[in-house]
Write a protein that binds this ligand. Structure first.
Ligand SMILES: C[S@@+](CC[C@H](N)C(=O)[O-])C[C@H]1O[C@@H](n2cnc3c(N)ncnc32)[C@H](O)[C@@H]1O
Length: 202
Protein backbone atom coordinates (compact mmCIF):
# COMPACT_ATOMS: atom_id res chain seq x y z
CA UNK A 1 0.00 0.00 0.00
CA UNK A 2 1.31 3.47 -0.81
CA UNK A 3 1.47 5.76 2.20
CA UNK A 4 0.53 9.43 2.12
CA UNK A 5 4.18 10.46 2.40
CA UNK A 6 5.61 7.96 -0.10
CA UNK A 7 5.97 10.46 -2.94
CA UNK A 8 7.83 12.82 -0.62
CA UNK A 9 10.17 10.06 0.52
CA UNK A 10 10.90 9.11 -3.08
CA UNK A 11 11.96 12.68 -3.85
CA UNK A 12 13.56 13.72 -0.54
CA UNK A 13 17.19 14.63 -1.04
CA UNK A 14 20.07 13.42 1.11
CA UNK A 15 21.37 16.91 1.98
CA UNK A 16 21.06 17.92 5.64
CA UNK A 17 18.96 21.02 6.26
CA UNK A 18 20.73 24.37 6.63
CA UNK A 19 19.10 24.93 10.03
CA UNK A 20 20.66 21.72 11.33
CA UNK A 21 24.07 22.64 9.90
CA UNK A 22 23.99 26.02 11.62
CA UNK A 23 23.06 24.44 14.96
CA UNK A 24 25.88 21.89 14.57
CA UNK A 25 28.37 24.64 13.70
CA UNK A 26 27.41 26.45 16.90
CA UNK A 27 27.90 23.29 18.94
CA UNK A 28 31.23 22.64 17.29
CA UNK A 29 32.51 26.00 18.45
CA UNK A 30 31.31 25.25 21.99
CA UNK A 31 32.75 21.70 22.11
CA UNK A 32 30.14 20.06 24.39
CA UNK A 33 31.29 16.79 26.01
CA UNK A 34 30.83 13.79 23.72
CA UNK A 35 28.53 12.12 26.27
CA UNK A 36 26.07 15.02 26.07
CA UNK A 37 25.72 14.91 22.29
CA UNK A 38 22.25 13.43 22.12
CA UNK A 39 19.76 14.65 19.54
CA UNK A 40 16.11 13.94 18.81
CA UNK A 41 15.05 14.18 15.17
CA UNK A 42 11.28 14.78 15.13
CA UNK A 43 9.56 13.86 11.86
CA UNK A 44 12.86 12.48 10.63
CA UNK A 45 11.49 11.28 7.28
CA UNK A 46 14.06 9.24 5.38
CA UNK A 47 16.83 10.50 7.64
CA UNK A 48 18.73 13.26 5.84
CA UNK A 49 19.40 15.06 9.16
CA UNK A 50 19.75 11.91 11.26
CA UNK A 51 22.49 10.70 8.90
CA UNK A 52 24.43 13.96 9.31
CA UNK A 53 24.15 13.83 13.08
CA UNK A 54 25.41 10.24 13.15
CA UNK A 55 28.24 11.15 10.80
CA UNK A 56 29.32 13.77 13.35
CA UNK A 57 29.20 11.30 16.23
CA UNK A 58 25.90 12.32 17.81
CA UNK A 59 23.61 9.77 19.42
CA UNK A 60 20.20 10.13 17.75
CA UNK A 61 16.62 9.17 18.51
CA UNK A 62 14.75 9.47 15.20
CA UNK A 63 10.97 9.72 15.48
CA UNK A 64 8.37 9.68 12.74
CA UNK A 65 4.72 8.81 12.66
CA UNK A 66 5.18 6.83 9.44
CA UNK A 67 6.62 3.34 9.71
CA UNK A 68 7.69 3.70 6.08
CA UNK A 69 9.95 6.64 6.99
CA UNK A 70 11.71 4.67 9.71
CA UNK A 71 12.09 1.64 7.41
CA UNK A 72 13.63 3.79 4.68
CA UNK A 73 15.94 5.49 7.20
CA UNK A 74 17.10 2.14 8.58
CA UNK A 75 17.63 0.76 5.09
CA UNK A 76 19.81 3.69 4.07
CA UNK A 77 21.79 4.01 7.31
CA UNK A 78 22.05 0.35 8.28
CA UNK A 79 23.04 -0.92 11.72
CA UNK A 80 24.31 1.97 13.80
CA UNK A 81 24.99 1.73 17.52
CA UNK A 82 24.31 5.48 17.98
CA UNK A 83 20.84 5.29 16.39
CA UNK A 84 17.51 4.44 17.94
CA UNK A 85 14.14 4.93 16.29
CA UNK A 86 10.51 5.26 17.26
CA UNK A 87 7.33 5.16 15.18
CA UNK A 88 5.08 7.65 16.96
CA UNK A 89 3.34 10.97 16.47
CA UNK A 90 5.39 13.89 17.81
CA UNK A 91 2.50 15.00 19.98
CA UNK A 92 2.30 11.63 21.71
CA UNK A 93 5.97 10.67 21.88
CA UNK A 94 8.33 10.64 24.82
CA UNK A 95 12.02 11.37 24.54
CA UNK A 96 14.81 11.91 27.06
CA UNK A 97 16.47 15.24 27.77
CA UNK A 98 18.45 16.28 24.70
CA UNK A 99 21.11 18.78 23.71
CA UNK A 100 19.42 19.18 20.33
CA UNK A 101 15.86 18.81 19.11
CA UNK A 102 15.67 18.97 15.33
CA UNK A 103 12.37 19.19 13.48
CA UNK A 104 12.92 19.87 9.79
CA UNK A 105 9.64 20.66 8.02
CA UNK A 106 7.73 18.43 10.42
CA UNK A 107 6.30 20.41 13.35
CA UNK A 108 3.62 22.16 11.24
CA UNK A 109 2.06 18.73 10.70
CA UNK A 110 1.05 18.65 14.36
CA UNK A 111 -2.52 19.87 14.62
CA UNK A 112 -3.16 23.37 15.96
CA UNK A 113 -4.88 22.00 19.07
CA UNK A 114 -1.71 20.06 20.02
CA UNK A 115 0.92 22.52 18.87
CA UNK A 116 1.30 24.52 22.09
CA UNK A 117 1.83 21.34 24.14
CA UNK A 118 4.39 20.04 21.65
CA UNK A 119 6.27 23.34 21.65
CA UNK A 120 6.38 23.32 25.45
CA UNK A 121 7.46 19.65 25.45
CA UNK A 122 10.38 20.54 23.21
CA UNK A 123 11.51 23.41 25.44
CA UNK A 124 11.14 21.29 28.57
CA UNK A 125 13.18 18.47 27.06
CA UNK A 126 16.13 20.67 26.08
CA UNK A 127 19.14 20.88 28.37
CA UNK A 128 20.36 24.35 29.29
CA UNK A 129 22.47 25.47 26.34
CA UNK A 130 20.59 23.05 24.10
CA UNK A 131 19.16 23.99 20.74
CA UNK A 132 16.01 23.64 18.70
CA UNK A 133 16.24 23.88 14.92
CA UNK A 134 13.60 23.47 12.28
CA UNK A 135 10.80 25.20 10.41
CA UNK A 136 7.33 26.58 11.03
CA UNK A 137 4.87 27.46 8.28
CA UNK A 138 3.63 31.03 7.93
CA UNK A 139 0.02 32.07 7.60
CA UNK A 140 0.42 33.02 3.93
CA UNK A 141 1.73 29.58 2.95
CA UNK A 142 -0.07 28.08 -0.04
CA UNK A 143 -1.29 25.16 2.07
CA UNK A 144 -2.90 27.63 4.49
CA UNK A 145 -4.90 29.11 1.69
CA UNK A 146 -6.38 25.86 0.49
CA UNK A 147 -3.79 23.98 -1.58
CA UNK A 148 -3.58 20.20 -1.33
CA UNK A 149 -0.86 19.11 1.08
CA UNK A 150 0.86 15.72 1.44
CA UNK A 151 -0.51 15.46 4.98
CA UNK A 152 -4.16 14.57 4.90
CA UNK A 153 -4.56 15.93 8.42
CA UNK A 154 -4.44 19.38 9.87
CA UNK A 155 -1.45 21.71 9.46
CA UNK A 156 -0.52 24.51 11.84
CA UNK A 157 0.39 27.93 10.46
CA UNK A 158 1.76 30.90 12.37
CA UNK A 159 1.80 34.65 11.91
CA UNK A 160 5.07 36.53 12.37
CA UNK A 161 3.82 37.84 15.72
CA UNK A 162 3.00 34.32 16.88
CA UNK A 163 6.46 33.09 15.90
CA UNK A 164 8.07 35.94 17.81
CA UNK A 165 6.09 34.90 20.89
CA UNK A 166 7.15 31.26 20.44
CA UNK A 167 10.84 32.13 20.23
CA UNK A 168 10.79 34.66 23.09
CA UNK A 169 12.13 32.24 25.76
CA UNK A 170 15.17 31.44 23.60
CA UNK A 171 18.31 33.10 22.35
CA UNK A 172 17.49 33.43 18.66
CA UNK A 173 20.38 32.37 16.45
CA UNK A 174 18.35 32.23 13.24
CA UNK A 175 14.87 33.51 12.49
CA UNK A 176 14.45 33.88 8.76
CA UNK A 177 11.05 34.40 7.21
CA UNK A 178 11.09 33.28 3.59
CA UNK A 179 8.11 33.86 1.32
CA UNK A 180 8.40 32.84 -2.32
CA UNK A 181 6.79 30.95 -5.15
CA UNK A 182 8.47 27.63 -5.74
CA UNK A 183 7.88 23.93 -5.86
CA UNK A 184 7.28 21.15 -3.40
CA UNK A 185 9.79 18.32 -3.12
CA UNK A 186 7.69 16.36 -5.60
CA UNK A 187 7.64 19.19 -8.12
CA UNK A 188 4.18 20.69 -7.60
CA UNK A 189 3.98 24.50 -7.70
CA UNK A 190 3.59 26.04 -4.28
CA UNK A 191 3.70 29.41 -2.53
CA UNK A 192 6.04 28.93 0.43
CA UNK A 193 5.90 30.98 3.61
CA UNK A 194 8.34 29.44 6.04
CA UNK A 195 10.14 30.49 9.21
CA UNK A 196 13.59 28.90 9.57
CA UNK A 197 14.65 28.70 13.20
CA UNK A 198 17.74 27.96 15.23
CA UNK A 199 17.13 28.65 18.92
CA UNK A 200 19.31 28.23 21.99
CA UNK A 201 17.83 27.57 25.42
CA UNK A 202 19.56 29.97 27.83
C1 LIG B 1 8.11 17.11 4.97
S1 LIG B 1 8.60 15.63 5.77
C2 LIG B 1 10.20 16.11 6.41
C3 LIG B 1 11.08 14.94 6.65
C4 LIG B 1 12.51 15.30 7.02
N1 LIG B 1 12.57 15.91 8.33
C5 LIG B 1 13.13 16.20 5.98
O1 LIG B 1 13.48 17.34 6.28
O2 LIG B 1 13.21 15.76 4.82
C6 LIG B 1 7.61 15.58 7.22
C7 LIG B 1 7.79 14.30 8.03
O3 LIG B 1 7.10 14.48 9.25
C8 LIG B 1 6.40 13.30 9.54
N2 LIG B 1 5.26 13.65 10.37
C9 LIG B 1 4.15 14.34 10.01
N3 LIG B 1 3.33 14.50 11.05
C10 LIG B 1 3.95 13.92 12.10
C11 LIG B 1 3.62 13.74 13.46
N4 LIG B 1 2.48 14.22 13.97
N5 LIG B 1 4.47 13.07 14.25
C12 LIG B 1 5.65 12.57 13.74
N6 LIG B 1 6.01 12.72 12.47
C13 LIG B 1 5.18 13.38 11.66
C14 LIG B 1 5.99 12.73 8.21
O4 LIG B 1 5.72 11.35 8.30
C15 LIG B 1 7.21 13.06 7.37
O5 LIG B 1 8.14 12.01 7.41
Amino acid sequence: MTGQWTRYYEHAGPEPRATLLLALDRFESEQPPQASRFAVDLGCGTGRDTAELLRRGWQVLAIDTQEEAIERLQASIGEQRLLSTKVAPIDDADWPQALLVNASFSLPFCGADRFAAVWEHIRGSLATGGRFCGQLFGDRDGWATGGASPAKGEITFHTRDEVETLVAPYDVERLDEIEEDGQTAVGDPKHWHVFHLVLRKP
